[in-house]
Design a protein around this ligand. Structure first.
Ligand SMILES: Cc1cc2nc3c(=O)[nH]c(=O)nc-3n(C[C@H](O)[C@H](O)[C@H](O)COP(=O)(O)OP(=O)(O)OC[C@H]3O[C@@H](n4cnc5c(N)ncnc54)[C@H](O)[C@@H]3O)c2cc1C
Length: 422
């Protein structure tokens, strides 16, 4: 029996999940085909909407800052309404996992490198550490783990001009693991309150006792985001009670437990919305008739299987996710071969300064007002294909601190329209 849905979403990250949720809200049948795990598992779990424009910032109000973005920026196409709709879908999908009570203003969140990041949404476990709250803070890291240096984090956060004192302390984790133990192993020990090495007490109590020796009146304590996985709320509450201080998680780099938790939650939300999900195989091509796509081919162990639908959303990510590909000569979009403008001369793709205004950062398909990828003429490639997320060009999401916001906003519009038209 042929595989047939109203809407087919190609991709497996934040943009694909949000597109599928938006389409499912219209009551249509929706399927997601995803090749591999997305960048969510490496990402901080923060949802940045817009922090900087043209190198200026951080901006307190991302909506006001949008007016200064270039005309071809995706936010200019979807408008403030599109951004708000993306955030609404996100808030409903994640529920209490993310802190409620958001305003339109950016929050300032300390991260593992010690930067203070302007962001629109953050996990509830991060909330007690917001830099706008004037409470002295102790950052705690663990011996044997090098990627979270508490002293450096404390110094950098202080240098950012925050209105409170910061200190760092490195302590031994109360249980010894193999040198190559993953972050999830620490989280599991805290989740299950395993017995501390060589002692008859649990790791939570042992950890709290060790950290208490370093506390010097600080009102809150920040740990790298590894305070439990399935029982995180309980772990934080337990540590907080024992320490007599608020306890929070600092978003880390890859591998990121906050990102993994978010990915799990989004896929649960897709299940709850009745979206079908097929993972592990790539979309490799399509069939079309008279400018309309009829099916996408998915490579299943060497067999090209057609997935039919009325409407399609391309959400395969940017250069990192492989939604945009490049060789020495060209930049391409591999599934539908949509047009990706780029300078002919490869030396013009980047600047010499590492954090410069690189052309490659904005590579992606060029959407029309319906978010349909367009040909060089400005006409849509296909009447029933829309694009969302990192595959859409025109935004320098790393410099702007806008990656997840662009994904949510474009996905809300692309997925919603696809659902309405199917
Ligand atoms: C290290 C890191 C840190 C980040 N930190 C932040 C942050 O702090 N704040 C923030 O707002 N954002 C952050 N982001 C960005 C954010 O996580 C997403 O990368 C961004 O929103 C783009 O999401 P996406 O869904 O478009 O693409 P991706 O997450 O790249 O997902 C693309 C998906 O498409 C699938 N795919 C690709 N090709 C095919 C195909 N042919 N067939 C089927 N499936 C395919 C991939 O396997 C993948 O599942 C970070 C990203 C990274 C990598």
């Amino acid at each position: 029996m042929p595989i047939r849905d109203d809407v087919l979403v190609v991709g497996g990250g934040l943009a694909a999940a949000t597109s599928a949720l938006a389409a499912a809200e219209t009551g249509k049948s929706v399927r997601v085909v995803a090749h591999k795990k997305s960048t969510l598992r490496q990402a901080s779990g923060l949802i940045d909407v817009l922090g900087y424009v043209g190198g200026e910032g951080p901006h307190a109000d991302p909506y006001a800052a949008m007016a200064d973005l270039p005309e071809d920026h995706p936010y200019r196409l979807v408008g403030e309404d599109g951004v708000r709709e993306g955030l609404r879908l996100f808030d409903e999908a994640v529920g209490e996992m993310y802190a409620g009570g958001h305003t339109d203003a950016n929050a300032l969140v300390p991260t593992y490198g010690g930067t203070v990041k302007p962001t629109a949404r953050y996990p509830a476990s991060v909330e007690p550490g917001l830099a706008s709250v004037a409470e002295d803070t102790l950052f705690v890291g663990f011996e044997g783990t090098t990627d979270f240096a508490p002293g450096v984090v404390a110094d950098h956060v202080a240098a950012a001009g925050v209105p409170f004192e910061t200190r760092g302390a490195r302590v031994p984790f109360p249980k010894t693991f193999r040198d190559d133990a993953r972050l999830t192993r620490f989280a599991k020990a805290l989740d299950e309150d395993e017995s501390a090495g060589g002692r008859s007490v649990g790791v939570r109590r042992a950890l709290a006792e060790t950290v208490a020796d370093h506390l010097d009146g600080e009102e809150r304590v920040g740990f790298p985001a590894m305070l439990g996985d399935t029982h995180g709320d309980e772990v934080r509450a337990d540590l907080s009670d024992r320490l007599g201080a608020a306890v929070f998680e600092v978003p880390t780099g890859p591998p990121s437990l906050l990102g993994l938790r978010l990915e799990d939650r989004l896929f649960d939300a897709l299940d709850e919305a009745g979206v079908r999900i097929a993972t592990g195989n790539p979309a490799v091509g399509y069939e079309s008739d008279d400018g309309e796509i009829g099916a996408v081919y998915v490579d299943r162990q060497g067999t090209r299987v057609p997935y039919h639908a009325e409407q399609f959303v391309l959400a395969t990510g940017g250069l990192v996710g492989k939604g945009i590909d490049s060789d020495r000569e060209r930049v391409t979009e591999p599934v539908f071969d949509c047009h990706v403008p780029h300078p002919d001369d490869r030396y013009d793709w980047s600047e010499s300064a590492a954090f410069g205004d690189h052309a490659f950062a904005r590579f992606g398909v060029v959407p029309d007002e319906e978010l349909r990828p367009t040909e060089p003429s400005g006409e849509p490639h296909f009447s029933n294909l829309r694009a969302a997320g990192g595959v859409v060009g025109g935004a320098d999401v790393a410099r702007e601190h806008s990656a997840s916001g662009v994904s949510l906003a474009t996905a809300a519009v692309a997925g919603g329209r696809a659902g309405e038209e199917a």
